[in-house]
Design a protein around this ligand. Structure first.
Ligand SMILES: [Zn+2]
Length: 353
């Protein structure tokens, strides 16, 4: 089968590798499409040190159940069922300890990040059955690749606990910022203000229903206050660097919350008094609990039409190496780039899968 392999930093190749087979308790998914994540790009360039040459990445994926291992309930996971995978895998012995907060398990493994495991930039991927989340039959299967980034956003919004009707500021209008707009809507918040320098990304955020400002037009906190009618109680930083955290703290009211979900810089400097004297809270957000993921999948099943604009481009595995270079370059796509593996989906001839 084909597997998109990072042979070196800045270099992807389509390799021919053996198809994995499902062990006991595992499900084999035939991959329809896998999204390229910002973290994959930072791994591809070597910037974040969280991906390694020789690795097959890919954690935002959807496809169909192709085979199951011993002990898997085929009534729950019938052959051909459309599904996505929750890439956060816990050892079975830790499941009850970390129920409801799976992301806190120190022994978790993230499919697509863990170098020792072949992930979803391939024709097939193996995953424990407890990490398989079925998709609504009515939704186009490739859009199931958006469940994972939406789950990241759902989790960040839940940590921020916004009040319905109150405006929320989002810093960064890339795929996570775009997913945050949708996750806020899920939480009953319709007023999102997004700060983003790229005009095509701002256009996309407005298409999703947000108001936008640009850091190139002046002070972000001042612009945000003008649009929102004052400081906001919650800012979601989907960038995560010194300048965005400073903007976030200044745009947020006394006692308010900044959720740090972006991971652009491993180290930042923060204005300490904005935290201490302002009693502002900076909350870290990473991945999601299993329930966040399941809720994101269920919402997307009903509202996939709202999420479809998030996909900017669909490429073949053979075109993917260039897409990685594009995304690492000066003019990245405004939204998500999906790598489509399965060109012959099941279903009526010509129907989109
Ligand atoms: Zn991701």
């Amino acid at each position: 089968m084909r597997a998109l392999t990072m042979t070196d930093y800045h270099r992807m190749e389509v390799a021919d590798v053996p198809r994995p087979s499902p062990g006991p308790g595992d499900v084999l998914l035939r991959v329809t499409a896998t999204g390229i994540c910002g973290s994959d790009i930072h791994g591809f360039t070597g910037e974040n040190g969280r991906r390694h040459p020789g690795q097959v990445m890919g954690h935002e994926t959807a496809g169909h159940v192709a085979a199951v291992g011993d002990g898997v309930d085929t009534d729950r996971f019938p052959l051909g069922a459309a599904a996505t995978l929750n890439p956060v895998v816990l050892p079975e012995s830790d499941l009850s300890t970390y129920a409801g907060r799976e992301q806190h398990c120190p022994r978790k493994l993230v499919i697509g990040v863990a170098a020792e495991r072949q992930a979803a930039f391939a024709d097939y991927v193996v995953v424990p059955d407890r990490n398989v989340v079925l998709l609504a039959p009515s939704m186009p299967v490739h859009l199931g690749a958006l469940v994972e980034p939406l789950a990241v956003a759902v989790h960040a919004v839940r940590l921020g606990d916004p009040a319905p009707g109150e405006p929320v500021l989002i810093l960064g209008g890339g795929p996570i910022g775009q997913s945050l707009i949708l996750a806020l809507r899920m939480a009953g918040v319709d007023r999102a203000v997004v700060s983003e320098p790229d005009s095509r990304r701002r256009d996309l955020c407005r298409e999703l229903g947000a108001q936008t400002i640009s850091p190139t037009d002046g002070d972000v906190a001042e612009q945000a206050q003008q649009v929102a009618g004052g400081q906001v109680a919650l800012t979601l930083d989907a960038v995560g660097m010194t300048s965005t955290l400073a903007d976030a703290l200044r745009a947020t009211s006394l006692g308010g919350t900044v959720v740090l979900v972006g991971m652009a810089s491993p180290t930042v400097t923060i204005p300490a008094y904005a935290v201490s004297t302002g009693e502002r809270v900076i909350r870290g957000s990473f991945t999601y609990a299993a329930q966040d993921f399941a809720d994101a999948a269920a919402w997307l099943g009903e509202h996939h039409g709202q999420a479809a604009p998030l996909v900017s481009r669909v490429v073949s595995p053979e075109q993917a190496p260039q897409a990685f270079l594009d995304l690492a370059g000066e003019q990245p796509d405004p939204g998500k780039v999906l790598v489509r593996f399965d060109d012959t989906p099941p279903g009526p001839a010509g129907a989109p899968s």
